[in-house]
Design a binder for this molecule. Structure first.
Ligand SMILES: C[S@@+](CC[C@H](N)C(=O)[O-])C[C@H]1O[C@@H](n2cnc3c(N)ncnc32)[C@H](O)[C@@H]1O
Length: 272
């Protein structure tokens, strides 16, 4: 499992970021922080720059840590649900390396780690003002990522914006995201983006929503539940997608609910 270490004066416990406004209200954030992830599966280290003073998109969120840990424990021979999803995607992909799209990447950590561990071609995306820090993190880690044949590309993708979705396209084997369900005004644009990526042009076109070999497109989402209103997102999502539980962290000292990972796919997707 990945271990993390902070090499800054002020330690950030990702769980305290759940109450960012409350817990950190009286602290002036350290301008630059670096989080180091020691990835045991590939005996490598990924370093991520955070700029907490610039906002939520520049910080590491709890679900990202769970996603990183799951990737770091991934082995093709593992039979847990998370590993099985990754293995299935890998085995059925017409692309080598695997092509992954991350949405709402923030610092880019999950996409960078996925690229390093899976040797994947990963596109990390976010709102325009977030891209510079993601580029920095992608560049700093490019040699670790490249060791296993991976590559990280940075691109803008604002949820719900058709022109931007069309530029990104759908030619990916796997879509990933962590902690992307938080503001209720983002539920609808996020669902529009997922519909575009998973369901195809007119949301019913089976030809466009599967890969060349008939493999259903899948979105793996790590999520930490914070508010009851999030049920509204899942209710909307379930109108369009089959949503399956893939992994659940136990509660921790600081949070009663653990991070949960879901697989989204078209409603009539069949998984063995
Ligand atoms: C809570 S942060 C999570 C960041 C990162 N995935 C992580 O787990 O550390 C949510 C991310 O979604 C991005 N985001 C918010 N609204 C967005 C939108 N309309 N389009 C694209 N990304 C958006 C934010 O910029 C931010 O990086």
């Amino acid at each position: 499992m990945a271990t993390t270490s902070d090499n800054d004066d002020e330690e950030i416990n990702p769980f305290t970021m759940l109450q960012l406004n409350a817990a950190n209200h009286n602290k002036s954030p350290t301008p630059i922080q670096h989080q180091t992830y020691h990835l045991t599966s590939i005996t490598s280290t990924v370093v991520i720059r955070q700029l907490p003073s610039q906002g939520l998109s520049f910080q590491l969120w709890p679900a990202a840590t769970t996603f990183v840990n799951l990737l770091d424990t991934y082995q093709p021979s593992n039979t847990d649900s998370f590993s099985s999803v990754i293995s299935t995607v890998k085995n059925r992909s017409p692309h080598a390396p695997l092509r992954i799209l991350e949405i709402g990447s923030g610092t880019g950590v999950v996409g960078i780690v996925a690229s390093a561990i899976l040797g994947a071609d990963v596109t990390v995306t976010d709102l325009p003002h977030v891209l510079e820090n993601m580029k920095f993190n992608a560049e700093v880690n490019s040699s670790v990522v490249g060791t296993r044949g991976g590559e990280v590309h940075v691109a803008g993708l604002s949820w719900g914006k058709v022109e931007e979705m069309e530029v990104i396209g759908r030619d990916f084997d796997l879509i990933i995201g962590s902690d992307v369900v938080y503001h209720d005004n983002l539920y609808e644009p996020l669902i529009q983006t997922l519909k575009y990526l998973l369901l195809g042009d007119n949301n019913n076109n089976k030809i466009n929503n599967i890969n060349g070999d008939g493999h259903e497109k899948v979105f793996l989402m790590a999520h930490l539940r914070r508010w009851k209103k999030e049920a509204g997102f899942f209710k909307k999502a379930k109108k369009w997608f089959r949503v399956d539980l893939v992994h659940e962290d136990g509660p921790s000292d600081v949070s009663r609910t653990g991070v949960v990972v879901y697989r989204f796919a078209r409603k009539d997707a069949v998984f063995r």
